[in-house]
Design a protein around this ligand. Structure first.
Ligand code: B12
Ligand code: SF4
Length: 490
């Protein structure tokens, strides 16, 4: 059987982002299908380009189309699915985060034949094999766990199967489904995942929902064996050139200190690639950081999220104090590892004062890179539900990968303030005086509902975007891997 995967992406307002995305979910689904003798291909798109889709379908001749859907790409997914169904009559199935947390909404799309909730490896394989054996296309006969199908008798809702217990039993992700060498030539880093899930339950993240969906279906947080990950890295650096560094793209790699320490001791003995990983402040310890540094850790990515402790812990449920963040940053920097903080503006109940606290906390801990994103009320998260209940969501649409526009109209902070703080965030940390000047401009009125800042904003925005692009492309990517490997493998 031949399966065409489609990855609908946010608009790449930063062009660079279009080139840096490898989709693990599709990679692993494709690997499992290929292992069983099926053929796969991939299209990545941020808008419906009918001639391109037409050409791909005519050339590749798929029997099934599988689209991986995140919530902000639902509308685009609908356009793609309807177009393929109308023009070619091909069965289209959806999978990924959105169909998992909003199945009823996803299955309603006209051109969609079925949706997969949760992990898809064996569900998709069963569907493809059923279709290959020609006992497939009658949805009522498809008893495939994790899948919902449309049928003349209504919806066929098969139950959720247990979680894949042994991640090592899965093949390595298929990187051939796209021109992976081209990607590496471009950015030089390998993304590797060592685990699935996360044991925490922050209210802005889908993990909490997944834990509910998978209750009694096995252990949610699972890690691969050291040997499996090392073998995958070994395989990749043998097959591909221009690997300069590695990103461990797990939600959290440092949950189990013993596992992490053991892994990086082995990694150090075999590889000399600098790497980046994600940590939680409450899991940062001196000894662990030293082990990471000795193994080549160049930078850790740590969520600060918000500088106000009440918002961070009661509203976002992060469970991390200011003191823990400050102490973690100190340990990380003392060890000689760079720090990259992740922050949000416009979270529920945010006020200008709480944003100022986020800015101040970042100033105090002096990260090497700060990242600011605007809060988005993702479906399937507790905060998404809260925002819906409060009636704060005016429009779900966002434009671009990391938009500075909030979709919330909440009483504690205006949309303009959220955009303003998003824009000045890195500057306010680096140059406190500049942010004071900007604030002053906001106070000077040029009209009743317009400040001098509003008038200057288009110019400020252009300057900011040029600066941001410049910083992202010239500073962020190469600079955060500034340690060139002495040799690639030991
Ligand atoms: C690593 C990661 C990234 C990486 C890689 C993205 C990628 N697409 O692989 C990068 C940094 C590029 C990235 C980018 C973004 N991400 Co991201 N990312 C993650 C993270 C942490 C892990 C994803 C992952 O690799 N999981 C492991 C793989 C194996 O699982 P999977 O992809 O879900 O696929 C499995 C199943 O879903 C299913 N499946 C998936 N697709 C399909 C298709 C078919 C046909 C079938 C049958 C099954 C199926 O089978 C797969 C194998 O079991 C998740 C958190 C999470 N828990 O999911 C957030 C997450 C997916 N990201 C999110 C977001 C919002 C984004 C961005 C929009 C950035 C932003 N503005 O925040 C962009 C663009 C996303 C996009 N459209 O591609 C949100 C999505 C929320 C939502 N409700 O949609 C998540 C859930 C984080 C969160 N906020 O909670 N991300
Ligand atoms: S620690 Fe990170 S991955 Fe885990 S639930 Fe919180 S935000 Fe999500």
């Amino acid at each position: 059987m031949r399966v065409l995967f489609i990855h609908p992406m946010p608009h790449p307002s930063l062009l660079i982002l279009q080139k840096i995305t490898y989709h693990y979910g599709i990679g692993i689904l494709s690997a499992v299908l290929k292992q069983h003798g099926h053929a796969t291909d991939l299209m990545t798109m941020y808008r419906v380009e009918q001639p391109k889709i037409r050409k791909k379908i005519l050339d590749f001749k798929p029997d099934l189309v599988g689209i991986s859907v995140t919530s902000q790409q639902l509308e685009l997914t609908q356009e793609i699915a309807d177009f393929i169904f109308d023009e070619f009559g091909l069965p289209v199935v959806l999978g990924g985060v959105h169909p998992t947390v909003r199945p009823e909404e996803s299955i309603k799309i006209r051109g969609v034949f079925g949706i997969c909730l949760g992990e898809g490896e064996y569900a998709l394989l069963e569907l493809v094999e059923a279709m290959a054996n020609n006992d497939g296309r009658r949805p009522d006969d498809l008893k495939i766990d994790n899948f919902w199908f449309k049928s003349d008798n209504g919806l066929v809702k098969n139950p959720i199967r247990p979680l894949a217990e042994d991640l090592d039993s899965l093949p390595f992700c298929d990187r051939e489904i796209l021109d992976f060498q081209k990607l590496l030539n471009y950015h030089g880093y390998l993304e590797v995942r060592s685990s699935r899930g996360c044991p925490f339950k922050c209210t802005f993240c889908v993990n909490a929902s997944y834990q509910d969906i998978y209750r009694h279906k096995g252990r949610y947080y699972r890690v691969r064996s050291h040997e499996s990950i090392l073998a995958e890295i070994d395989d990749l650096v043998t097959r591909y050139d221009n690997v300069n560094s590695i990103v461990f793209d797990d939600e959290l790699i440092s949950v189990n200190k013993k596992w992490t320490t053991g892994f990086f001791e082995k990694y150090r003995a075999r590889f000399d690639f600098p790497f980046n990983i994600t940590v939680r402040a409450d899991l940062v310890e001196k000894e662990l950081m030293q082990t990471l540094r000795d193994a080549g850790c160049n930078m850790v990515m740590m969520g600060v999220e918000n500088g106000d402790e009440y918002l961070r812990n009661t509203i976002l449920d992060k469970g991390i104090s200011d003191r823990q963040i400050i102490e973690a940053a100190r340990i990380i920097k003392d060890t000689g590892i760079k720090l990259w903080t992740f922050n949000m503006v416009g979270v529920p109940y945010e006020t200008p004062e709480t944003v100022e606290k986020t800015i101040q906390l970042n100033r105090d801990i002096k990260p090497d890179i700060v990242f600011i994103s605007t809060f988005y009320p993702f479906p399937g998260t507790k905060l998404g539900e809260l925002c819906e209940k409060e009636g704060w969501i005016s429009d779900r649409k966002v434009d671009g990968f990391f938009s500075n526009i909030t979709v919330l109209d909440q009483p504690s902070i205006t949309r303009q303030e959220v955009a303003f703080y998003n824009n000045i965030f890195p500057w306010a940390i680096m140059y406190p005086r500049l942010s004071l000047i900007i604030k002053l401009l906001c106070r000077i009125r040029v009209a009743r509902d317009k400040s001098l800042y509003d008038t200057l904003y288009p110019l400020v925005k252009t300057v900011y975007e040029v600066y941001h692009r410049f910083k992202v492309s010239l500073n962020l990517l190469p600079a955060f891997f500034s340690r060139k490997p002495k040799k690639s493998r030991r």
